[in-house]
Design a protein around this ligand. Structure first.
Ligand SMILES: [Cu+2]
Length: 283
């Protein structure tokens, strides 16, 4: 059983192992979707770009939808397993970031996720392991255009990070989903917690190809934890809108493209992290 931790609580060695695995997936593992043209890391960018209705759109779109949490759960779990395989190290797990930027909570350091983008270089990140200054991290799948713009960030230029109160307020919302007034847990979490963080980081994270910035996975890992916390807080509320929907298979590739991985997942198969062989250290 893999155990996911707050990045703040991981050791230097764990952080380095995670970073090294990301670099291996980016530079040493070939793509399944476009072999020879991009890396396995880039497959995750492509899947997410499609999921946002860009590139070769996925139907249904798992954003602004009850599918948001189940779909991203599978995406980041597959990424985590791909890291373990790339590094030949089953001990690697996804760390999460709780959207705080003070002291040890701050992931944007030169020794971990790298700092802000340089405003004289189109917001390109120039410090840390994902900068061309320190390693190779080519960006090859993006919303539009060609070339390698590098990972881009514009921290704090738009929106604010969710406060602890905003997190508590979202966790208090029921039911899971509300189509009419959009005031359910999923609606609030996606709109009030998920979206502002993408916008606050800006640059690569503000695009459909947002997994180009590895911070994407730490952000979504925390959202995935919060879904667990919401379930624990509301044990008598159904985890998903309907039984019919729970049986539907999550879509990760358009019909005319290869599947990114062998397994298929119904929504129901994503509702318990233990069944996907991971859990959180604290809920
Ligand atoms: Cu997404």
């Amino acid at each position: 059983m893999d155990i996911r931790q707050n990045h703040r609580d991981t050791t230097k060695a764990q952080k380095n192992a995670f970073i090294d695995a990301v670099l291996l997936l980016k530079n040493n593992v070939d793509s399944v979707l476009r072999p020879g043209q991009q890396s396995r890391y880039d497959d995750f960018v492509q899947i997410h770009k499609n999921s946002m209705g860009r590139g070769n759109p996925l139907t249904p779109n798992p954003h602004r939808s009850p599918l948001f949490f189940p779909w991203h759960r599978v995406l980041i779990r597959q990424f985590e397993v791909a890291l373990q395989v790339a590094a030949n190290n089953p001990g690697i797990t996804l760390p999460y970031w709780n959207w705080q930027i003070t002291g040890p909570d701050n992931p944007f350091t030169s020794s971990f996720m790298g700092g802000n983008g340089d405003n004289t270089q189109d917001q390109r990140v120039t410090s840390g392991p994902f900068s061309s200054e320190h390693s190779q991290f080519n960006v090859v799948v993006w919303d539009e255009g060609t070339g390698n713009p590098g990972v881009r960030r514009n921290l704090g230029a738009q929106e604010t990070l969710p406060s602890a109160e905003a997190v508590i307020s979202a966790l208090n919302r029921t039911p899971y989903w509300q189509a009419t007034d959009q005031a359910g847990w999923e609606n609030s979490a996606e709109r009030e917690l998920h979206n502002p963080v993408h916008a606050w980081i800006g640059g690569s994270m503000a695009e459909a190809s947002s997994p180009n910035d590895p911070i994407f996975f730490l952000h979504h890992c925390y959202l995935d934890l919060l879904w667990e916390r919401w379930k624990h807080q509301h044990p008598n509320i159904p985890s998903f809108p309907s039984d019919e929907m729970s049986g539907s298979i999550l879509v990760f590739h358009p019909a005319n493209e290869p599947a990114p991985w062998m397994q298929t997942y119904t929504v129901q198969q994503t509702l318990f992290t233990e069944e996907l062989d991971y859990r959180y250290e604290d809920i």
